[in-house]
Design a protein around this ligand. Structure first.
Ligand SMILES: [Zn+2]
Length: 392
């Protein structure tokens, strides 16, 4: 079973707005907005802008429930919905109170712009014109996900509706890519930006989830997952689910996933290279790059980490280059640098110089370049000075 928010909704569902937003500065204005809307029954459309996985959809649903919840606002903590009254449950269970459309996948033929546009327009029309009053709540919520994918004519249709007075519907647009979102639509909305979740916050949430389910975990493993997820709760859960398929959430199991496990292979590859075992280095590099662009990104990250370690002696947690490299024990680095220094001495160069040369080359390699060619060229560049000694 795929691990996802949906399958574990009860367990991981944020209960309050602060669970999603932390202490975002606009939290208060969102709550003020909510109070005013409940009071006046006039609903300003909302645009929630932020990277995928930061909780925009969850926030939209929570806002919808908070609007219709039967419990008095003053009785609730942070204006959060009670989640148990009739109206709250209606949002969870009924398609009448809460409509959701994905602007990207509306229509079947994504390849054909005209078809997509037509399907978008139809979907927007349908949602706008559908008879209200079928649900018991005084308001229904229409959520358009990935609203930056609206064609300009679809955005126009939505805009015309928004310009009429709306008392029965709240329109919510979630947007991943702000630059592509219709400026006209945006100007009609209350805009809120949902930021990425901090590593510490993600670690806290993941550890709670593990504790609830009695799944043993290493804090270091959760931290590596949080860094890799780059502020997305959804992405963090997906990674944790994959680790759990291999057992507990430990560093050992984490290293069995390709995006975390390549660190030790990268160091072994580099050592093989330094010691002139070119074929072995190539096959280690191939194993890292089983999925294409990864090998090139891996060597770039590895060299950045080498540069930091050469300069600072260690890599501070805040300067983490890649969780896969964070997972390596210090001895691996000491051993690798020892070999590198010995090899440079023989060739009459310095480690600093070689790191710079390699970094300069690998930073210029475009993702999608055949890895074998890039690797061969990288070796030439790196060992030009000491080639006669090490390219045997
Ligand atoms: Zn309620």
């Amino acid at each position: 079973m795929e691990w996802s928010l949906d399958h574990n909704r009860d367990l991981v569902r944020p209960r309050t707005f602060k669970d999603i937003l932390g202490h975002e500065r606009w939290f208060e204005s969102l709550i003020a907005n909510l109070k005013q809307e409940r009071g006046t029954n006039s609903h300003q459309p909302i645009a929630l802008i932020g990277c995928p996985g930061v909780g925009k959809r969850t926030l939209a649903r929570m806002y919808a429930k908070a609007l219709v919840c039967e419990q008095e606002l003053t009785m609730r903590s942070d204006a959060a919905p009670c989640n148990i009254c009739h109206e709250c449950r209606a949002i969870d269970n009924s398609s009448l109170a809460f409509h959701e459309k994905d602007a990207r996948t509306v229509g079947d033929n994504d390849d054909d712009d005209r078809e997509l546009e037509k399907a978008q327009a139809e979907a927007v029309h349908t949602l706008i014109e559908r008879e209200v009053g079928l649900n018991t709540a005084s308001v229904r919520i229409v959520l358009f996900k990935n609203a930056e994918a609206f064609s300009s004519s679809t955005a126009d249709i939505a805009l015309k509706t928004l310009e009429q007075e709306i008392t029965s519907t709240v329109y919510v647009f979630t947007v991943n890519d702000e630059a592509r979102f219709s400026g006209a639509l945006r100007s009609r909305c209350n805009v809120y930006r949902v930021g990425p979740i901090s590593v510490a916050d993600l670690v806290g949430r993941l550890s709670l989830i593990c504790e609830h389910r009695s799944v043993p975990f290493d804090e270091a493993a959760l931290r590596a997952i949080a860094v890799e997820a780059a502020g997305s709760f959804g992405a963090a859960l997906a990674i944790m689910g994959r680790v759990e398929r291999r057992g507990d959430v430990t560093i050992g199991n984490l290293l069995r996933l390709s995006e975390f496990g390549w660190g030790s292979a990268m160091v072994a590859c580099w050592e093989a290279l330094l010691e002139g075992r070119r074929d072995e280095a190539v096959s280690l590099f191939e194993a890292i790059g089983a999925d294409g662009p990864m090998s090139i990104k891996a060597v770039q990250a590895f060299l950045v980490e080498c540069r930091i370690r050469q300069t600072m002696g260690t890599v501070p947690a805040a300067a983490s280059v890649s969780p896969a490299l964070d997972c390596l024990p210090p001895e691996s680095w000491i051993s690798m640098f020892g070999k590198w220094r010995a090899s440079c001495q023989e060739a009459g160069t310095s480690v600093d110089e070689e790191i710079d040369r390699a970094l300069c080359f690998w930073a210029s390699v475009k993702v999608g370049t055949p890895w074998r060619a890039a690797f061969a060229r990288g070796c030439e560049v790196l060992f030009r000075a000491g080639e006669f000694i090490r390219a045997r």
